[in-house]
Design a binder for this molecule. Structure first.
Ligand code: NAD
Length: 368
C-alpha cells in the first residue's frame, strides 16, 4: 500500500470550496487503489495573515517541509489589497514557497476540449479539435530575481534597475523538464527567447541547442523569438507541442495560453523543485491557474475542475501514480464533455454548482 504524504493549503476565496471537491475525488481514488492519504490542512495567504499575522505562517512552512508535495488553492483578495506590496498574500506566500523548495519549473498544460471551443476567444475554425499544448516556464531565475534590483537617484533623475541573469546550469535543468515533457507527448519542443537582443537569450539558445543535441537528439527542437511566439500562440496554438521559456516571457505567454484555452476554471499547473521528496520523486506544488475569484467566492458556483486536475498532476509527478492521474483526467473530461458544466463553461446554458460538478466527476471515475 502506498502512503501519500502531502500538505493542503486551500488559501482564500474559492480556494477552500474547490479544494474540498478535489480532496473528495482524491479520497475516492485512494479507496479504490488502496492508497493511504496522510495530509494536514494549513492556513496560507489572507487567512494566514488574519490568523497568524503573516501570509506564510511558520507552522505552514514547517508542515510543507515534512511532506512530499503541496496541494495549493489560491491566495489573495480585496480584504488584503491595501497591505504594502511585500506583505500581499501572493507575494508573501507563493514567492517564499517557490524559494524554500527551489520550485524552478512551472508546467502548465494548455488543454481545451473540442466541446468547449466556444470558451476560447480564438475563432473556432482555428481550433477544430480544441487545444492541447504545454507551456514550461523557468520560475526561479531571470529578471524577477537578478541583482541589482533597486530604484536610485541619479544626476537629478530617478532610475530603476532590474537585472536579468541566467546560468547555464539553470537553463539545462529547465531544458531537461521540457525534454521529458515532450517525450511523454508529441516529441516537439519550441524554445522561446529573444536572442536577437538579450545576452541571456544568446546563452539560453546555445545551451538549449547543445543540451538537446547531446541528450535528446530524437526530439524536434525549434527556436522562436518571444514576440513571434506571442503572435503564433494566438494564430495557431496547436503548431506547438511543448513551449518552454525563461521566467518573464513564460509569465506572459502562459497567461496568453490560459486565455486562449477559455476558462481559468479548467487549467492547472505544477511547479517542480530541485529537491526530491522521500519517494525520490520531485517535490512539487500543485495549483489551479486562476486566482481566488472573489466575485464568485462562497456561492458554490466556482469550477472545481482545475483544482481536481492539479491533484492528477500531483499524483503523476510527486507520487509516480500515472494510472490514477489519467483516471482523474479522464473523469473530468468525461463529466464536462458529457454536459456537466459550471457557469463559466456553460455558455448561458444549464449549469451546475461546485459540489454537483464534484459528484459528476466522482461518478465518472473508472479503474480497470
Ligand atoms: P482570478 O483568477 O481570481 O479571477 C479572474 C476571473 O476568472 C474571475 O471572473 C473569476 O470569477 C474567474 N475564475 C477564476 N477561477 C475560476 C473558477 N475556478 N471557476 C470559475 N471562474 C473562475 O483573478 P483576479 O480576479 O485577477 O484575482 C483575484 C485575487 O486572486 C487577487 O487577489 C489575486 O492577487 C489573486 N490571485 C492569486 C493567484 C494564486 O494564488 N496563485 C493567482 C492569480 C490571482
Amino acid at each position: 500500500m502506498s502512503h501519500l504524504s502531502f500538505t493542503v493549503l486551500p488559501g482564500d476565496g474559492i480556494g477552500p470550496e474547490v479544494m474540498e471537491v478535489a480532496l473528495d475525488v482524491l479520497k475516492h481514488v485512494a479507496s479504490k487503489r488502496k492508497l493511504t492519504l496522510n495530509y494536514t490542512t494549513h492556513d496560507v495567504g489572507g487567512v494566514g495573515i488574519d490568523n497568524h499575522g503573516k501570509a506564510l505562517p511558520d507552522s505552514t512552512l514547517a508542515a510543507c517541509r515534512s511532506a512530499d508535495a503541496i496541494l495549493f488553492g489560491s491566495v489573495g483578495g480585496p480584504k488584503w489589497e491595501n497591505l504594502p506590496p511585500k506583505e500581499q498574500p501572493e507575494r508573501a506566500a507563493l514567492l517564499p514557497l517557490r524559494k524554500a523548495f527551489e520550485l524552478y519549473a512551472n508546467i502548465r498544460p494548455g488543454l481545451l476540449y473540442a466541446e468547449l471551443a466556444q470558451a476560447s476567444p480564438l475563432k473556432n475554425e482555428r481550433i477544430p479539435n480544441g487545444i492541447d499544448i504545454v507551456c514550461i516556464r523557468e520560475l526561479t531565475g531571470g529578471i524577477y530575481f537578478g541583482l541589482p534590483k533597486e530604484t536610485r537617484e541619479n544626476g537629478g533623475d530617478t532610475m530603476a534597475i532590474d537585472t536579468m541573469v541566467y546560468k547555464k546550469s539553470e537553463i539545462e535543468r529547465i531544458a531537461e523538464v521540457a525534454a521529458l515533457t515532450a517525450l511523454s507527448r508529441g516529441k516537439r519542443v519550441c524554445s522561446v527567447d529573444k536572442a536577437n537582443v538579450l545576452e541571456t537569450s544568446v546563452l539560453w539558445r546555445k545551451t538549449v541547442k547543445d543540451y538537446f543535441s547531446k541528450r535528446h537528439p530524437q526530439l524536434e527542437l525549434t527556436h522562436m523569438y518571444v514576440d513571434n511566439a506571442a503572435m503564433q500562440l494566438a494564430r495557431d496554438p496547436n503548431q506547438f507541442d511543448v513551449l518552454f521559456t525563461e521566467n518573464m516571457f513564460g509569465d506572459i505567454l502562459s497567461d496568453e495560453m490560459a486565455v486562449i484555452c477559455g476558462s481559468l476554471g479548467m487549467l492547472c499547473s505544477a511547479s517542480l523543485g530541485a529537491l526530491q521528496n522521500k519517494l525520490g520523486k520531485p517535490f512539487g506544488l500543485y495549483e489551479p491557474a486562476g486566482g481566488t475569484a472573489p466575485d464568485i467566492a462562497g456561492k458554490n458556483i466556482a469550477n472545481p475542475c482545475a483544482q481536481v486536475l492539479s491533484v492528477a498532476m500531483m499524483l503523476r509527478y510527486s507520487f509516480g501514480l500515472e494510472e490514477e492521474a489519467v483516471a482523474i483526467e479522464q473523469a473530468v473530461r468525461s463529466a464536462v464533455t458529457g454536459g456537466m458544466r459550471t457557469a463559466d463553461i456553460a455558455f448561458g446554458g444549464h449549469s451546475v454548482g461546485t459540489q454537483e460538478m464534484g459528484v459528476a466527476i466522482l461518478n465518472k471515475l473508472k479503474f480497470d
